[in-house]
Ligand binder design. Sequence first.
Ligand code: VG1
Ligand code: CO
Length: 557
Amino acid sequence: IKITSVPTKPIEGQKTGTSGLRKKVKVFMQDNYLANWIQALFNSLPPEDFKNGSLVLGGDGRYFNREAAQIIIKIAAGNGVGKILVGRDGILSTPAVSAVIRKRKANGGFIMSASHNPGGPEYDWGIKFNYNSGQPAPESITDKIYGNTLSIFEIKIANVPDVNLSKIGVTEYGSFTVEVIDPVSDYLELMKYVFDFELIKSLLSRSDFRFIFDAMHAVTGAYAKPIFVDSLGAEPDSIVNGVPLEDFGHGHPDPNLTYAKDLVDILYGENGPDFGAASDGDGDRNMILGSRFFVTPSDSVAIIAANAEAAIPYFKNGPKGLARSMPTSGALDRVAAKLKLPFFEVPTGWKFFGNLMDAGKLSICGEESFGTGSDHVREKDGIWAVLAWLSIIAYRNKDKKTGEKLVSVSDVVKEHWATYGRNFFSRYDYEECESEGANKMMSYLRDLISKSKGGEKYGSYALQFADDFTYTDPVDGSVASKQGVRFVFTDGSRIIFRLSGTGSAGATVRIYIEQFEPDVSKHDVDAQIALKPLIDLALSVSKLKEFTGREKPTVIT
Ligand code: VG1
Ligand code: CO
């Protein structure tokens, strides 16, 4: 194949955030914007990580993915990659990319997605790079890529024709090969290995159990029918918004109480189903609902961990260890303590779990941001979480006869609270604030914690400590600092402040609030009511209104 060197110039601002590089589509469509970043990536990797090697390419089907795929393929070939495995029509969910990298022993892979951010010509696009065990590239690599975007001068492009992405099969261009693969089969095979499909089938085929899955017109639309309907016997009409669309049907493909409101209304409506779930743009997030019941992601990971050994064959010898991101509630900590498992608290972002998994220290982990997963891949996994919950419910009901009352999602959660206590949790998001005000607020808070002392009174709470979270990776010793300002009180309550690293405009402030309640008689209180004093405290301590001008959060989860 012939390779052309195309001259280019550095472009400012190509720094990756919590999960890849995310910008408005229009920004990515500027000349060489994407090409520069892809070339900078190859300039950052040691040649043995890609020369004559294979890379996986897929995405969530959003607007601009088709053009982007052709650009990425040509630059990969231009840099000496031997083979690209690409999902049909450019489709692969984030966890599926991770699964394919692992199964096919690829050197890494690209995910074309801005995850839960809206798509379409006016909205967002994004790109993530994952490494050879399927994990998001560590900061050591993403920092290098950023450095190289600032000194780039040429792009190496192979003169290969546009690849027909809609046809499964292998095409060779001299020393370079493209294989278009089925987006579902490797992933489905892995799910069949992890879960007891017969057990789940026994639940989904019951006439007294009704299931609904909302793919939000995003990537899990491609997975839902083959997995839930064809392999597990769910009713075809149990899948809603099941066709991936370039603009997600004008939706915001984020499975939470605000953006998946249609699904929430169905579950909270008259005679609603028994189980509801949704996933995000790229299929790594999940929301789990029961009849008139919402499972917080922080509780969800704790409950999956507590029940995994019994209900999920992959964990039949018990999980190796558990982990959560720092702002995620301490519900999981209690499970780890009871099961006597190693436990880790990492910064926000899935990339911090990978090393622990590779080192055999971690099996099940989660984030409060609707991310749950395990070491079956190196990404959070929406469909995995739904199958984990279905397994738990199926296991609890396997001996129930038709007509007997089934153990419901809310029964499982309430029993869990009764055993472990309830960690009330809520997150307030203030999206797209002016960056200046948001940054000033964070500096103000950092200044405040530097002067704070244990024992200080904050309303009725006494401070245990306040800091800006720093994490030292126990496997490779790398340090991540400034990962969130936290105030931890003597009763275990916490308020935490962070700025989002996934937005494409302005600054999004996130406030996380948590309080532990051991008393069962208080477990049924609404979280917003239980947490009101702490929420008020968080707002006054941070002077959020003053700094951002915001009266109300845009999203509450
Ligand atoms: C958010 C979440 C974080 C998650 C990240 C990527 O990051 O808080 O927990 O890992 O999104 O998720 P931030 O920096 O905006 O808070 V996804 O589904 O966008 O890949
Ligand atoms: Co996502």
